[in-house]
Design a protein around this ligand. Structure first.
Ligand code: DAT
Ligand code: MG
Length: 140
């Protein structure tokens, strides 16, 4: 296994409920170290651009609105097999299907308010990190 970097967002629903620390604790307990992290409020352009891959989906408008509805914490997480590991730790998209102990099982409210985003593949991880961070903001 290799040390990888992945991109994560603690979404507005979780920030609103004061879950930043709890969620970061789950990452750290699972060997995912934040090497870059900042709290931002996404503009419409950022939310639309970030989720452009879902543009044709019926939930796109709702997704963009929810990502703009309050501050988020964007992070780069580093660790062994980080991309897959993060997807495991997050749990299924719909919290009703998420495994015990996963972030979405613990904290998500619904499929639309599911508390975290995580990159799904090496290519998207790279693109998503670049979307929000410059190289000098990442401190291994
Ligand atoms: P994931 O976030 O697990 O990678 P995804 O990429 O399929 O899931 O979808 C991106 C986000 O879009 C997801 O976290 C929440 C929202 N979403 C997905 N399916 C949805 C649905 N059926 N209704 C409402 N929102 C949905
Ligand atoms: Mg996805």
């Amino acid at each position: 296994m290799a040390i990888e970097r992945t991109f994560s967002i603690i979404k507005p629903d979780a920030v609103r409920r004061n879950l930043i620390g709890n969620i970061l604790a789950v990452f750290e307990k699972n060997g995912l170290r934040p090497v870059a992290l900042k709290k931002i409020k996404m503009t419409r352009a950022q939310a639309e651009g970030f989720y452009a891959v879902h543009k044709e989906r019926p939930f796109y408008g709702e997704l963009v609105e929810s990502m703009m509805s309050g501050p988020v914490v964007v992070q780069v997480l580093e660790g062994e097999n980080a991309i897959l590991k993060n997807r495991e730790v997050m749990g299924a998209t719909n919290p009703a299907n998420a495994a015990e102990g996963t972030i979405r099982k613990l904290y998500a409210v619904s499929v639309g308010e599911n508390s975290v985003h995580g990159s799904d593949a090496p290519e998207t991880a790279k693109e998503e990190i670049k979307f929000f961070f410059t190289d000098d903001e990442i401190v291994g």
